[in-house]
Unconditional design. Sequence first.
Length: 382
Amino acid sequence: MEQATEAPLKKTPLNARHRASGAKMVPFGGWDMPVEYAGGGVVAEHTAVRTRVGLFDVSHMGEIEIAGKDALAAVQRISSNDAAKLAVGQAQYSGLMTPDGTFVDDLLVYRLAADHFLLVVNAGNIEKDYDWIAEHIKTAGDAIAVNASARYALLAVQGPLALSVLQPLTGVDLSAIKYYWFTHGEVAGIRSTVSRTGYTGEDGFEIFVPPHSADRLWQAIIDAGRSAGLVPCGLGARDTLRLEAAMRLYGNDIDETTTALEADLGWIVGWKKDDFIGAPALRAQKAAGIRRRLVGFEMLDRGIARQGYDVYTTRQSGNSDPAAVGRVTSGTQTPYLKKAIGMAYVPIEDAAAGSEIDVDIRGRRTRARVVAMPFYKRRSST
């Protein structure tokens, strides 16, 4: 009887570079990825991004292109946000929704041309997302979807010094790129698409390049950033940074059981556009009102709330054996804010800032308070 074997982990074009740099490698979404680098660790990498600048390899992310005369109609059908509002050179955060208004995935939509879009999706969902998109744009008209992930490597330069580190490497005026806009040009002599986006809550840029050029660009940025204190950063710091900024993580905070409204992401729904997949369910839920919502919380008692820990409401204090009302979706001790924070779905009656909840930490009921999100917001924006 043959035993099933797991597929080998995929590797980004920078895998050898990470290993040579002493990175601790872990499986993530089917990829062999660095979680932290030797000599620093998550706290040092997180702090570098908040105070200076960090460099991430995010080449594991997927890229799906939709092109054709009816490409806009196709994107409008399969994504929740209103892509008609995008100018060429602009991007937006959006969702792939099920008919129930829940998440197949979250994604970024880039408008490359009037009839050409680039969708950046999560690494573990590439094949699932592509199959979903290809199937559901068939009725949109003249449009085709292509899984173009093999054509791209993606590097992210994030932090308050990102612009000053990257600018000497390119003739593109980076200061002219607005938040969630992008342009094309050369970086370190490499044909690139430069986007003012990121997943850290800081200013920064994400750079799409051909995979064979990724190593050369990585080293050029490392060299350019040395005097600024730039450090390479892994998935560990990427996760703590995005949590401080209250950015949702697919598989933790959003998935096929959570709607856009429950996730407090109603702003990525194009309420006025024509029907899209999930629109009837979301409109009905908006009219009826949601019964639970994703909230941020800070621990009041000592302890760190981790993903999966049960959440109770203090309204249950008179019940001798209360049932959990939800679970922590993300939680950590934040390196920069130096607080134990997290996100959880709670009943709408307990979702207001200032409400107190309890988190079960290894059998101990621990107090926490609902707070406004994001937990961290940078002081200036462009």
